[in-house]
Design a protein around this ligand. Structure first.
Ligand code: E4P
Length: 216
């Protein structure tokens, strides 16, 4: 399973990209705002991100209507060859996905909460679909079954669209989507570090070195 970093924080992106830990990046308007990036500065900011990462980088449109989404998507598509246009999974968003796909522009259909939304996104030729595991679980529904159902549908019909599971609340959710065959998981910097840090590893290492130091 590929791992993307779910942030617009440039220093975290550069750090994890240099470590070789990440395969791509996802951003959204809220994540950009968290870094103080306004809509009129987004192109410049994404240029810096795409220069730091070789994998796919998603930028989400601010527009909510078809014509505006197409104009914004076409503008962003010139940022870099690894840019992906993220669109909300609405009626206008799905139409925009089809048009941008027909223009050879990569798309990521976001805010997916049902298997049929993922099916429609795949039929429109989306490069990626982003089901929001955590938000489904926050609402006391089964966000992990959503991934299993989308996986089965995509396999049944050999859709090329990749499942990019998103909106995680725990590392357990991440290991389960890996077992279920999600192609990619996009993860916050905080959760990413928890994927590999373990107190028993630190304690075990401390014990080994302590024992070793007792031999002269
Ligand atoms: C996905 O691309 C989104 O940016 C993100 O995972 C949403 O997560 P949230 O539910 O924590 O906002």
């Amino acid at each position: 399973m590929q791992i993307y970093l779910d942030t617009a924080n440039l220093s975290e992106i550069i750090k994890y990209s240099e470590y070789g830990f990440i395969d791509g990046v996802t951003t959204n308007p809220a994540l950009a705002a968290k870094e103080g990036v306004s809509p009129n500065k987004i192109v410049e900011h994404l240029q810096q991100i795409t220069n730091s990462v070789s994998g796919l980088v998603s930028i989400e449109v601010y527009a909510t209507t078809y014509n505006e989404m197409i104009a914004e998507g076409k503008k962003y598509s010139t940022i870099a060859p690894n840019i992906v246009i993220k669109l909300p999974t609405t009626e206008d968003g799905l139409r925009a996905c089809k048009t941008l796909t027909d223009n050879n522009i990569k798309t990521n259909m976001t805010l997916v909460f049902s298997p049929t939304q993922a099916l429609m996104a795949a039929k429109m030729g989306a490069t990626l679909v982003s089901p929001f595991v955590g938000r489904v679980e926050d609402a006391q529904f089964d966000g992990l079954s959503l991934i299993a159902e989308i996986r089965e549908i995509f396999d049944n019909f050999q859709f090329k669209t990749k499942i990019l599971s998103a909106s995680f609340r725990s590392i357990k959710q991440i290991s389960i989507v890996a077992q279920l065959g999600s192609d990619i998981a996009t993860i916050s910097p905080t959760l990413l570090s928890k994927l590999y840090k373990h107190p028993f590893t630190d304690k075990g290492l401390e014990d080994f070195l302590k024992t070793a130091s007792q031999v002269s």
